[in-house]
Design a protein around this ligand. Structure first.
Ligand code: GLU
Length: 278
């Protein structure tokens, strides 16, 4: 075939692709396979080992899982736009189409399932406590009576800790990094959230030697991929990608290279079995 004809055909094909993309995405949602469009993905920006933003660089286990899944769905890395998804805002961000997927230490719960759907789970953590190294008075939820305990509004640990110990003074911020600063300065006595998150903060260079994780997790937090309620097609694609990530060894490698660096050892329920999409 003459070169000019090939180019003409290629041109026609890409024009057709553009038309198809435009037709299939009236609301700006990427066409299946990604097309040339971006995918917006919600992550945490301030959780070491899980989701961290430094300039234009994003790192952490949630970020690695997000990149792997996006790639399997047809999106190149430069087509991903990472958006901060703070704990209290996650359901709303999905409902308002501000993001297509959320990978943000996002526990699957029945209450959240009334507003969004979840693929996964892709990780299991458990709620624990972070205290100052020299504090021997806090050994678990039972010893929190009268103590100032910090967590994040809208998170499962903030809700759960009040049930575990009604006589504590709960301080709620919108990000765990603020709780950890308050723990350092003596403003609070403990921070509570998932063990893997606490281990990440404890291992940050600026906090070396200052904090310890109590190490007796008292809940089961199953991290899911948040998506639009009832979007079974997307959920199925995400679950296929997660299955491949685990079977190929990429999941274990990603964990070692990120959250594992803090010395955190995931418990043996990992990697978890996936839930059916509904
Ligand atoms: N996994 C818990 C949750 O989804 C705590 C961590 C977080 O707030 O992201 O609420």
């Amino acid at each position: 075939m003459a070169r000019s004809k090939m180019w003409a055909l290629a041109g026609a094909a890409s024009a057709l692709a553009l038309v198809l993309t435009a037709c299939s995405s009236p609301s700006g949602t990427p066409a299946p396979g990604g097309g040339g469009e971006k995918i917006k993905i919600g992550i945490k920006f301030d959780q070491p080992g899980l989701g961290v933003q430094e300039g234009n660089t994003f790192t952490g286990f949630d970020v690695e899982v997000a990149k792997y899944v996006a790639k399997e769905m047809g999106y190149a890395e430069n087509q991903i736009e990472f958006v901060e998804a703070k704990s209290p805002q996650r359901e709303t961000m999905i409902q308002a189409d501000q993001v297509k997927l959320i990978f943000a230490t996002y526990s699957i719960t029945d209450a959240r399932k009334e507003k969004v759907s979840f693929a996964g789970p892709y990780f299991i953590a458990g709620q624990d406590l972070l205290v100052r190294t020299d504090d021997t008075s806090i050994t678990g939820p039972d010893s929190l009576a009268g103590k100032k305990v910090c967590s994040v509004a809208g998170s499962t640990p903030a809700q759960n800790i009040k049930k575990e110990q009604p006589n504590l003074d709960l301080v709620e911020y919108d990000a765990y990094s603020l709780c950890v600063s308050a723990l350092e300065s003596g403003g609070v006595d403990a921070v509570t959230t998932d063990n893997v998150i606490l281990a990440g903060y404890a291992s940050q260079p600026q906090y070396t030697g200052k904090f310890k994780v109590v190490g007796k997790p008292f809940t089961t937090e199953r991290y899911g991929v948040g998506l639009k309620k009832g979007d079974t097609a997307t959920c199925t694609k995400v679950n296929e990608a997660l299955t491949k990530m685990v079977s190929s060894g990429a999941w274990a490698k990603a964990l070692d290279d990120t959250a594992g660096k803090s010395g955190f050892k995931p418990d043996d329920r990992n990697p978890p079995a996936l839930e059916a999409c509904s």
